[in-house]
Design a protein around this ligand. Structure first.
Ligand SMILES: [Zn+2]
Length: 159
């Protein structure tokens, strides 16, 4: 649970202090890799092509990413750790996605990221859901139940 709370705190820290409607698409999708409880890498999604993604795509034979070389939070976190941290089943990944108002969104890994995670053996994965939970697909934790999460930013949604 400490890891989930920590991931939420880090996400809020990384989330921009001010939301500007003119800023367009911004990365609010974060992935964290912990190894034996220690944060070893984090990633954000991006709309800029990244050669590291092509390398991962070739390594894991993910056809889609050889053409579409934009990092997902998960692939960004993996590529940053690649060659430095041994990624395996002792690792845990958390994926937190916020909307522009700072509200939790669904962030279940897509099939391609999942294929890479499966190849690595990284099978402990928790992701946020839009009903305010973090889940691993079997167990769901209501974020409210974690107590105060420091750095929490939430903007008023325009209706
Ligand atoms: Zn993905």
């Amino acid at each position: 649970m400490k890891i989930i709370k920590k991931s939420l705190q880090l996400s809020y820290q990384l989330f921009p202090a001010q939301y500007s409607p003119e800023s367009g698409r911004r990365p609010y999708h974060f992935a964290f890799i912990f190894k034996r409880g220690v944060l070893v890498s984090f990633g954000v999604n991006s709309y800029h092509k990244c050669p590291k993604i092509l390398r991962l795509a070739r390594r894991f034979n993910i056809r889609k990413y050889t053409e579409y070389q934009y990092p997902h939070a998960e692939t960004d976190a993996i590529s940053k750790a690649w060659g430095k941290i041994h990624l395996d089943n002792t690792c845990l990944m958390t994926i937190i996605r916020l909307n522009r108002y700072g509200k939790l969104q669904d962030s279940k890994p897509c099939v391609d990221c999942r294929a890479i995670l499966d190849s690595i053996g990284l099978d402990k994965i928790w992701w946020s859901t839009k009903d305010g939970k973090v889940t691993n697909g079997r167990i769901s934790i209501l974020v409210e139940d974690l107590g105060e999460v420091s750095g929490k930013k939430q903007f008023k949604e325009k209706t």
